[in-house]
Design a protein around this ligand. Structure first.
Ligand SMILES: NC(=O)c1ccc[n+]([C@@H]2O[C@H](COP(=O)([O-])OP(=O)(O)OC[C@H]3O[C@@H](n4cnc5c(N)ncnc54)[C@H](O)[C@@H]3O)[C@@H](O)[C@H]2O)c1
Ligand SMILES: O=P(O)(O)OC[C@@H](O)[C@@H](O)[C@H](O)[C@H](O)CO
Length: 377
């Protein structure tokens, strides 16, 4: 009998990476999403294409899936989870709390099954599956599930409206913590199973996503539209390289990557994010600035660790300053950020609320200065 995977989030990475790999691994994929437009299209159209760009580009056809609107037909999703082999998500780290009740109900509906359900939150976050597990446990015991953290890396820009097809870079990396599975990991092609995920997720988040976000915020500040255009500005590229020099210091010192290995990873990242075949915008990459400015994310996460080790993080702090200027009214978090910054509250209060840093943290005073400069206009 075919294995089944329920996948939450039929967006860019969901269709373009996770579902394609699950399909290639022999799973029947059941998409769950709250977008009626996407679910309707998946229900009407029996297949879509994932088109890689660049060298050795391949095109993959994904078919044999089903799709359910988890907003309106929750009971159907619960029934699928009750008999599924795997649950994955790619909805955004801050949406995990919204999908947790459905997963919890699905786990309760499996109470007769001896098989523990594997759950992988494929989000850009440290401990994404742990976050999901914590949310699920507020609704159900979840003893019959195995939550494993992962790092997922593949650039999928915004796609053309009205198509399910996805244009994507050919590079990919999907690294998953094997330790929760007691030697019985799910069979998924392309996954690298590791005993210690921390070096992989920190290297990914603090290089690819830190560099990407620093480019997006500085690019947006200069009125540039795409990541490629932004990195073509020599001064901006030098700033981004300086930011990545700081995270390199942390990653080399903390995880023992060699300086040469990390520099090669940086060069590859800068090439990937400025791929001429992928039009990726500062707006997409900068989306969700409150999440990106939070305590364990791509700026404050490494800057705090550098400060704890007695190192400077002035370029990361400059990137925080650029993030504070991100003003895109269509992005709910950007609108909320600008509202907070114009609320008249003191810089120290805003720093604590937005970054989650305690006033006694060694990084705190320099972040307050960044906020003060922004408030002074
Ligand atoms: N795009 C990339 O390059 C990339 C790469 C690696 C990781 N990621 C991560 O993957 C996740 C998804 O990113 P994306 O680029 O695919 O975003 P996206 O906006 O294209 O897709 C997110 C999907 O989640 C759906 N969704 C929202 N709320 C939901 C809910 N309550 N229940 C079910 N579905 C819901 C949305 O309708 C949308 O279809 C994020 O955590 C992102 O950081 C993205
Ligand atoms: O998805 P976000 O908002 O966390 O970050 C935006 C981009 O940096 C991100 O989507 C990258 O394209 C991706 O992480 C590459 O693997």
């Amino acid at each position: 009998m075919a294995k089944t995977a329920v996948h939450f989030g039929a967006g860019n990475i969901g269709r373009g990476f996770v579902a394609q790999f699950l399909h290639a691994s022999g799973y029947e994929v059941v998409f769950a999403d709250v977008s009626e437009e996407l679910i309707g299209a998946l229900q009407r159209q029996p297949s879509y294409q994932v088109r890689e760009v660049g060298e050795d580009a391949k095109t993959h056809v994904v078919d044999g899936y089903r799709a359910i609107n988890s907003g309106t037909d929750e009971a159907d999703v619960v029934a699928e989870i009750a008999k599924a082999d795997l649950v994955t998500t790619a909805v955004g780290a801050r949406i995990l709390a919204a999908v947790a009740p459905v997963i919890a109900n699905g786990l309760q509906a499996r109470s007769g099954s001896a098989d523990r359900l594997a759950v992988l939150a494929c989000e850009n976050a440290i401990g994404g599956s742990d976050m999901l597990a914590d949310e699920v446990r507020t609704h159900a015991s979840a003893g019959n599930a195995v939550f494993a953290n992962c790092a997922i890396d593949r650039i999928v820009p915004e796609q053309a409206a009205g198509t399910l097809d996805v244009t994507i870079e050919s590079f990919f990396e999907w690294v998953v913590d094997r330790t929760p599975f007691d030697g019985n990991v799910p069979d998924i092609v392309g996954v690298t199973w590791v005993d210690d995920l921390t070096p992989f997720i920190e290297r990914k988040l603090f290089t690819v996503n830190t560099g990407h976000a620093a480019t997006a915020y500085s690019g947006a500040e200069r009125g540039l539209e795409t990541i490629r255009e932004a990195l073509a500005e020599p001064e901006l590229e030098a700033e981004v390289r300086a930011v990545l020099g700081e995270t390199k210091q942390l990653l080399v010192e903390k995880h023992g990557f060699s300086a040469e290995e990390q520099q090669a990873y940086i060069e590859k990242t800068l090439n990937r994010v400025s791929d001429p075949n992928l039009r990726d915008t500062c707006e997409r990459v900068g989306r969700g600035p409150l999440r990106k400015l939070s305590r364990h994310e791509r700026f404050i996460g490494p800057a705090a660790q550098l400060a704890e080790r007695g190192h400077a993080a002035e370029h990361l702090l400059a990137a925080v300053g650029a993030a504070l200027a991100f003003d895109v009214p269509e992005d709910a978090e950007s609108a909320q950020l600008q509202k907070l910054l114009s609320s008249g509250r003191p810089a120290a209060d805003l720093t604590a609320e937005i970054t989650g840093l305690g006033a006694d943290h060694p990084l705190f005073p320099s972040v307050v200065e960044v906020f003060e400069r922004r408030l002074a206009g």
